[in-house]
Ligand binder design. Structure first.
Ligand SMILES: *[C@@H]1O[C@H](CO)[C@@H](O)[C@H](O)[C@H]1NC(C)=O
Ligand SMILES: *[C@@H]1O[C@H](CO)[C@@H](O)[C@H](O)[C@H]1NC(C)=O
Ligand SMILES: *[C@@H]1O[C@H](CO)[C@@H](O)[C@H](O)[C@H]1NC(C)=O
Ligand SMILES: *[C@@H]1O[C@H](CO)[C@@H](O)[C@H](O)[C@H]1NC(C)=O
Ligand SMILES: *[C@@H]1O[C@H](CO)[C@@H](O)[C@H](O)[C@H]1NC(C)=O
Ligand SMILES: *[C@@H]1O[C@H](CO)[C@@H](O)[C@H](O)[C@H]1NC(C)=O
Ligand SMILES: *[C@@H]1O[C@H](CO)[C@@H](O)[C@H](O)[C@H]1NC(C)=O
Ligand SMILES: *[C@@H]1O[C@H](CO)[C@@H](O)[C@H](O)[C@H]1NC(C)=O
Ligand SMILES: *[C@@H]1O[C@H](CO)[C@@H](O)[C@H](O)[C@H]1NC(C)=O
Ligand SMILES: *[C@@H]1O[C@H](CO)[C@@H](O)[C@H](O)[C@H]1NC(C)=O
Length: 541
């Protein structure tokens, strides 16, 4: 019966909401925002925002909406915002205040620190007007409290039986990891029992309404507990039912660098996608200076991903987020970030840029990596320009319908200085040597025809293809990344003197998905189906 409910949700919901599917998200590029830290309201005084102080700095949904040009001009086609639900508002804890939005109190209410329901709707509408998607972060594994015996009446789930009983986690004991509460006794994270049918149906209804009310296009699922939760230890039905009810793409946080473990969270019994922590770890190892500079691990991980993940093209590629240190905090050389960034855009997967990465922010871990963005002046910095080129080039490749998006990335060559990566007709040559010029070069064997011409879209320098398809890049001017495409494919690209395509929308379904979402179908059918789902859900319990 649960299966029937799931099937009905799966067909019913996307159909009425016109919601964004995994296939539509594949072509997107995401800018990740912590609402409190992205932008101040236009009339607000620019007060000092001290990240170490772990309190609110004043960012709002309206302020995001008023500053969307900065994101869109950089070529992003979606934003992901921190959780929107009401948070803990009690006395300041040992870990500060709930400025980040992850300390859920009542999920049925919005967090009025960040604005009203109308403000959130206005943000969503403005994004859709621009052809962009809205992804919202949701926390469903737990709520937040300051005691091990909290009063449950303010929460969405009010029954003791809907939570696992309190116990401190004993790491290494899987039962304990699964059922006990995260946090400590200063800040407890009461753990929902997602096998309890009333929790399953309560969450399903909640997420369906949230997605519909605010026209949300995708969900990022916070993952405190993911590594012990699915698929082996917990009811694997929860995530497909929850995401089926939402009717939109779901990407989960699985904070686990072990690819065998992580890969189990993607699939029909789990989630559409996860954040690519295994690749993140490998990219840090390959590119950071100081670091192991192990590029063969990148090649290995690409090969392993193809074997182990259901669909590597949907994974979320990132180099920074609110839980890991900024790249600049552990890698002293800016070229290391540029090379690694090219990988996140030109390989398989959905590129994600964490706000401030484009400004070279350098904070260490939580809370230092949640800097306010406004002191940067939203400058057109060199990293901002690189991000813009990468997004525009990727959007051009996707709009061309040449199959680039679906062709699997492959490593052509590895060397002590870097690697050559190919996806579709694009060869990216990435180096680990860093900024100082070196008299070394990297020869990459490509399938390009001998004597054909290719252009590096970042510098517009031409590279001829030598015998055996070889392209040689030398690093006498330092270790810059190179992105090569055959000249004949650059027409209409807007790059390197080629005129841009005139039409704004090329009719590419993937990129114009948000435009069609206002089409809604008949109310009568909707009610008939809702009634049917109600009966099935009731019978399933
Ligand atoms: C830190 O936050 C507290 C509470 O919001 C505030 O009273 C205090 O002035 C802040 N300190 C600094 C250095 O910003
Ligand atoms: C609670 O917070 C205090 C102050 O930060 C800290 O010293 C203490 O270790 C915390 N308690 C627990 C159980 O972590
Ligand atoms: C593991 O954790 C569970 C749940 O807290 C507990 O009942 C059990 O005794 C623990 N097992 C061991 C070996 O400590
Ligand atoms: C990764 O997880 C798999 C499956 O649990 C395990 O067999 C393997 O040893 C782990 N690898 C590492 C490097 O820990
Ligand atoms: C590089 O990574 C691979 C795993 O992909 C590992 O087998 C190898 O030992 C690593 N090399 C170094 C020098 O760390
Ligand atoms: C980190 O960034 C801040 C703000 O831009 C800057 O003042 C500081 O010098 C940077 N620190 C290092 C070590 O680069
Ligand atoms: C790393 O972050 C910490 C805290 O934000 C800062 O004090 C330190 O200067 C940073 N280091 C670098 C190299 O940016
Ligand atoms: C940033 O600067 C580059 C190079 O000068 C320019 O081409 C681009 O249009 C600028 N971007 C914005 C958003 O101003
Ligand atoms: C670079 O290296 C090559 C061969 O390794 C050598 O012939 C050449 O002189 C070097 N150039 C410089 C500027 O050091
Ligand atoms: C030709 O390219 C292949 C890889 O595509 C490489 O294995 C081989 O060594 C190259 N041959 C020559 C003569 O460079």
């Amino acid at each position: 019966m649960q299966r029937l409910v799931r099937i009905i949700w799966a067909f019913y919901v996307p159909w009425i909401v016109g919601a964004a599917t995994a296939e539509q998200w594949r072509s997107r590029s995401i800018y990740q925002i912590i609402t409190d830290r992205y932008a101040l309201p236009s009339n607000a005084e620019s007060t000092k925002c001290n990240t170490g102080n772990q309190t609110w700095c004043g960012g709002t949904w309206n302020a995001i909406r008023e500053n969307l040009d900065y994101v869109q001009n950089a070529g992003f086609t979606a934003i992901w915002i921190s959780p929107v639900s009401q948070n803990y508002e009690g006395p300041r804890t040992a870990y500060g205040d709930a400025y980040h939005g992850y300390w859920i109190a009542d999920a049925t209410k919005l967090n009025d620190r960040f604005g009203s329901a109308d403000d959130l709707k206005a943000l969503s509408a403005e994004l859709h007007k621009r052809g962009m998607y809205l992804m919202v972060d949701v926390v469903v594994n737990n709520v937040m409290a300051t005691s091990t015996t909290p009063d449950l009446s303010p929460y969405m789930f009010k029954e003791q039986s809907q939570y696992h009983p309190y116990c401190p986690i004993q790491w290494g004991n899987t039962t304990s990891e699964q059922d006990c509460w995260l946090g400590d006794t200063n800040v407890t994270l009461p753990d929902l029992d997602t096998q309890n049918p009333s929790v399953v149906s309560g969450y399903s209804l909640w997420i369906k309404e949230l997605v519909e009310e605010y026209q949300i296009d995708g969900l990022r699922i916070d993952g405190e507990h993911f590594m012990t939760r699915i698929p082996r230890h917990v009811n694997t039905d929860f995530w497909p039912i929850f995401c089926g009810a939402a009717g939109v793409f779901c990407i989960g946080e699985v904070f686990d660098g072990n690819i065998t473990q992580a890969a189990q969270y993607q699939g029909p019994n789990a989630l559409d996608s996860i954040l690519n922590y295994p690749m993140y770890g490998v990219l840090v190892d390959a590119f950071a200076i100081p670091g192991a500079r192990n590029v063969s691990a990148v090649a290995d991980t690409i090969a392993q991903s193809r074997k182990l993940f259901k669909d590597p093209g949907l994974l979320g590629n990132f180099l920074e987020d609110q839980d890991v240190p900024r790249w600049a905090n552990f890698s002293v050389d800016p070229q290391t970030l540029y090379n690694a960034m090219v990988f996140t855009f030109m390989s398989d997967g959905i590129p994600i840029v964490y706000y401030g990465q484009e400004q070279g922010f350098n904070g260490s871990g939580d809370p230092w990596n949640r800097e306010p963005l406004w002191p940067s002046g939203y400058a057109n910095s060199s990293i901002y320009q690189l991000v813009t080129s990468l997004n525009k080039f990727r959007n051009f490749l996707i709009a061309g319908n040449t199959g680039w998006l679906h062709s699997p990335a492959q490593v052509l060559t590895t060397s002590p200085y870097g690697l050559g990566l190919m996806k579709g007709d694009v060869v990216s040559i990435l180096t680990t040597i860093g900024s100082p010029p070196q008299n070394v070069s990297l020869a990459v064997y490509t399938p390009f025809r001998e004597e054909s011409a290719t252009t590096d879209i970042l510098t517009c320098k031409q590279y001829a293809v030598g015998s055996n398809g070889t392209i040689v890049v030398s690093y006498e001017k330092g270790g810059r990344p190179t992105i090569l495409i055959p000249d004949k494919l650059l027409a209409n690209s807007g790059f390197c003197g080629y005129e841009p395509q005139v039409a704004v929308f090329t009719g590419n379904a993937a990129l114009s998905g948000a435009v069609g979402r206002s089409m809604r179908s008949g109310i009568t059918t909707e009610f008939a189906l809702l009634f049917l789902i109600g009966i099935c859900t009731f019978l399933a319990m």
